[in-house]
Write a protein that binds this ligand. Structure first.
Ligand code: ADQ
Length: 465
């Protein structure tokens, strides 16, 4: 079996239990442990000393990492990856802050990564790059003579062609992407957007079997919906910590339900409209006063990018206004926690919540939606309220699907979730659970690697919705 080389912007923390780091890290670390391999990427350090890549052995996994200079961090990470690609790929042209020096920095760091990895490669390695930070990485490797098979998975959405074409350097970006052999995306919509761009803006030909022909090369472009380890998360959700147990007891005594939201504090996650919808529900359905609490966990992220500090202020003002209007001495309608929570506690909190409120304005997949379902007690499950613009909605149609731009609709569906009869809750949950099991972390990984290694079986296809 050939060696797997994972490349990502940040390396996984192999000293900590991967289960604490989330589904993706677990799946990838497991695969690396099984077959032996390399994890390559940035170690999270910023320093101007010129240093060689650092190599560490963790059992069968070789970890190779390097630091970024301040200039790299500012141009590649903050400037281009998170100041241009993230908003652009989440359909937010209004938030794109383009500077040509940032694009140069992005390409420079991709070349730097390629040059640092190249000496460590074996001739039959397969290489798998993760996400939008590494769009031009394969091109840089190819320029250094790399002939191995290289795959790419985009964890975030791929925008419609017109939107992409409104950005600078779109032609170069897509051309660089074509240096990969396999390109994986989360949804049918993303794959279609990409292929439409190719047809409308390039000489590439989309063949009948879905492959893409460019010059003499053929590239596979497929949907591989990412998933999580359903069983492990379900088990974790039943190991309730003492503080969560006390909280559940108290709510039982008061007959009070809980709605939960868990997201990085990112403008793509639709947090302000979620708070507005909760406030609207209290206004429209007065019987919900004191009968439900909304727990929103939203740790800070990328605070050095302007758009992120704006959303923090907005969230504080909105939660303050709902709480100011409705709070009583024994009820605070919104509990807003602005920090990270250990995964086992998160799982228990999902299980203890009667509704999961997941309303991104645009999201590649959204693993929180899947985690919420995995954590439910099948005999008394809560209800998932899910944005139609999360990649997860392509599969998870048995959730209550909402338009996150329609506050009234969200308020009504939230109310419907909290008042849904047990039978319907169980039916919806059963169907959702089956889907997330079918498209779990393992299926994602095995499906992608099979194609990357030259196999022919794509992941099972669901009917288009
Ligand atoms: P993210 O944008 O980070 O991922 P998501 O898929 O929801 O979004 O994953 C977030 C993960 O972080 C989940 O496992 C969640 O439990 C965890 N998390 C969030 N807030 C937390 C908190 N306060 N404490 C602890 N853990 C927390 C990107 C894309 C997604 C895509 C994933 C995977 O934007 O669309 O689903 O990659 O491909």
């Amino acid at each position: 079996m050939s060696r797997l080389v994972i490349v990502s912007n940040r390396i996984a923390d192999l000293n900590n239990e991967p289960v604490q780091q989330g589904g993706l890290a677990v799946a990838l670390v497991d695969a690396l442990r099984e077959r032996g391999g390399v994890w390559f990427g940035w170690n999270g350090e910023i320093g101007d000393r010129k240093e060689e890549a650092h190599v560490e052995q963790h059992g069968s996994i070789t970890q190779i990492s390097l630091s970024l200079t301040k200039k790299d961090y500012s141009e590649y990470y903050l400037g281009y990856a998170n100041g241009v690609l993230w908003p652009l790929f989440h359909y937010r042209l209004d938030l794109v802050r383009y500077r040509s020096s940032h694009f140069s920095g992005y390409n420079r760091v991709n070349r730097k990564f390629a040059a640092a990895l190249m000496p460590h490669l074996k001739f039959d390695d397969i290489i798998w790059a993760q996400d939008y930070h590494l769009i031009t990485f394969a091109r840089s490797l190819r320029n250094l003579g790399c002939r191995q098979r290289i795959g790419f998975f985009l964890h975030i959405p791929f925008p419609p062609p017109d939107l992409l074409a409104a950005s600078s350097n779109h032609a170069e970006l897509v051309q660089a992407l074509m240096a990969y052999d396999v390109i994986g995306m989360q949804t049918f919509l993303d794959v279609n957007n990409f292929k439409r761009y190719l047809t409308d803006h390039t000489d590439a030909e989309v063949l009948e079997n879905g492959d893409v022909r460019i010059g003499r090369r053929t590239i596979k472009v497929e949907r591989f919906p990412i998933g999580m380890d359903v069983e492990a998360f379900g088990e974790m959700s039943q190991r309730i910590t003492d503080d969560v147990a006390v909280d559940i007891k108290r709510r039982e005594v008061l007959g009070r339900k809980q709605i939960i939201g868990v997201d990085r504090l990112d403008y793509s996650k639709g947090l302000p409209s979620r708070v507005k919808a909760f406030g609207r529900m209290l206004a429209k359905y007065p019987e919900m006063e004191k009968a439900v609490t909304f727990l929103q966990i939203a740790p800070p992220t990328r605070e050095a990018v302007d758009a992120y500090s704006d959303i923090r202020d907005e969230m504080e003002a909105l939660t303050g206004s709902v709480n100011g209007k409705y709070s009583d001495f024994n009820w605070t309608p919104i509990r807003y926690i602005h920090r990270s929570v250990p995964r086992n506690k998160l799982a228990a909190l999902f299980r203890a919540s009667q509704a999961g409120f997941v309303t991104p304005l645009r999201d590649g997949m959204n693993l929180v939606a899947k985690e919420y379902v995995a954590a439910q007690n099948p005999e008394a499950p809560g209800v998932l309220v899910l944005s139609q613009f999360a990649g997860a909605a392509e599969e998870m149609q048995e959730a209550l699907i909402v338009n996150p731009y329609d506050i009234d609709e969200m308020a009504d569906k939230l109310y419907a979730a909290l008042t849904m009869p047990l039978n319907e809750r169980k039916e919806r949950h059963r169907a959702l659970l089956e889907k997330i099991k079918r498209f779990d972390a393992k299926a994602w990984l095995v499906g992608f690697l099979k194609i990357l290694e030259g196999g022919v079986e794509p992941v099972p296809k669901l009917p288009k919705v």
